[in-house]
Design a protein around this ligand. Structure first.
Ligand code: PMP
Ligand code: GLU
Length: 429
């Protein structure tokens, strides 16, 4: 017996010691957490990124999960763009670029706005950044002060409200409805405006709902903003080219608001270049200059190599993007067909981007015998644990009745995911 006691007691001591260490490190963790800035304390982690990471961890552990969480094209960057990146390496594009991006790239972006959107911008009004997320951050930080209100229609992309919080602003969230295709109405917008309103954030085509505002709808919204000369519009048009309605409309086309509109766009989605991290804005010169100053202190210019690749992407024909769009449309139809076979789900028909955002509240209160689904986080986790399908809960998008599915993955995987979701929902009673 003595022989066995010794190792057990050592083990017990070890466990005790580890426990002490754990609680000590927990203790210090909490002390140190208090040292973090208050601005950071109010910031939530990106749910899209978090869910993607969780899925990738599961996949690395050998679990066969279909990842419908993150929104990034599953296509490879076009060959001619990859070649441009290689050439940039060979041609020693290894030095800092100008802080706002290379002038030839800024000229190409200005030309894109002229040719594709009939919008006049000088290259000085274009700032190239580390992804559209960074362009958005620049725009928000440049115009939002402590206590300023920013109007954000919900469902919104997860990052908007966090950037506003980080800038010290106050989010004024306008809920939209499925019946209205999740679009904000001019009357709702007018009612949300106060003397403290500083900015209005608009996303079309929308992440997460895929809603696309028509020219007439944008004109009506511009009409409201035009009556309030101190409000800046931040228009996120990153999904411009993944639009199934036939044409993209920008709110900047209306002269009454153009000189107060910042357009955000980039190469991540339309050229399958998410990892290159190149986004851009076109803005009134005074905002562009403010963003230039901010960027000069925060990051300097984005990767010189990625900029050369982005220049290539922007100056060659759009056949790659057109082909990708056709594939996305087929996939959207496949997912909608799958969802139509699941009783109780409600959803709009997305006209752009690559997401579907079904309302799953019909399953709240139900259980598979083990798990009770109380909200969209539970629904999303249940689909992951029980159906091996990764989605993103709607909470982070400001709509806790929904979950987001990204259909930027193969038809084979989508079919598998839809069958699995159908079976998982059927188990809930
Ligand atoms: N806006 C929206 C609506 C998005 O979905 C994304 C997704 N990444 C971005 C901006 C940021 O794009 P980027 O990869 O260029 O930072
Ligand atoms: N925009 C993508 C998404 O919504 C990428 C993730 C992110 O940038 O947060 O999933």
């Amino acid at each position: 017996m003595e022989i066995y006691k010794a190792p057990f007691s050592i083990l017990n001591k070890k466990i005790y010691f580890c426990g002490v260490l754990n609680s000590l490190s927990e203790h210090f963790y909490h002390i140190f957490m208090e040292l973090l800035s208050k601005r950071l304390a109010c910031l939530s982690e990106s749910q899209t990124m978090a869910m993607n990471q969780k899925t990738q961890d599961l996949q690395a552990a050998g679990v066969d999960v279909v990842n419908l969480s993150v929104g990034e094209p599953d296509f490879f960057t076009p060959d001619h763009v990859k070649a441009a990146a290689r050439e940039a390496v060979d041609n020693n594009f290894s030095f800092y670029s100008p802080g706002d991006g290379y002038m030839d790239l800024r000229k190409a972006v200005a030309a894109k706005f002229k040719n594709e959107n009939r919008l006049d911008y000088t290259p000085q009004q274009v700032i190239v950044s580390n992804g559209a997320k960074h362009s958005l951050a620049n725009a928000v930080m440049s115009v939002v002060d402590d206590g300023d209100e920013v109007i954000v229609p919900a469902p919104y992309w997860v990052t908007y409200v966090e950037l506003v919080k980080l800038a010290g602003g106050i989010n004024v969230v306008i809920p939209t409805t499925l019946e209205n295709d999740y679009k904000v109405t001019p009357a709702q917008l007018e009612a949300a405006i106060t003397p403290k309103t500083k900015a209005f954030l608009l996303c079309s085509p929308s992440n997460p709902t895929g809603s696309v505002y028509s020219k007439a709808e944008l004109e009506a919204i511009a009409g409201v903003i035009a009556r309030h000369p101190r409000i800046i519009i931040i228009a996120d048009e990153i999904y411009e080219h993944i639009n199934f309605t036939g044409s993209h409309e920008s709110i900047a086309q209306f002269d009454s608001v153009k000189d107060r509109t910042v357009i955000i766009n980039g190469v991540s989605k339309c050229y399958a270049m998410t990892g290159y991290r190149i986004g851009y804005m076109a803005a009134p010169l005074w905002i562009a200059k403010a963003c230039s100053k901010l960027q000069s202190q925060f990051t300097s210019g984005p990767s010189s190599i990625a900029q050369r690749a982005a220049l290539k992407a922007l100056t060659t024909d759009s056949s790659f993007t057109e082909d990708m769009k056709k594939v996305f449309r087929r996939r959207r139809d496949l997912v909608l067909q799958g969802l139509s076979e699941i009783p109780g789900l409600k959803y709009n028909v997305p006209q752009g981007a690559f997401y579907v955002f079904p309302d799953v509240s019909a399953c709240f209160g139900k259980s598979d015998g083990k798990t009770v689904i109380r909200n969209s986080s539970d629904a999303s986790l249940y689909l992951l644990d029980s159906g091996y399908v990764a989605t993103v809960p709607g909470d982070g998008f400001g709509e806790p009745k929904c979950i987001r599915l990204s259909y930027a993955t193969s038809e084979e995987k989508l079919s598998k995911a839809m069958a699995s979701m159908k079976a998982a929902f059927a188990r809930l009673k």
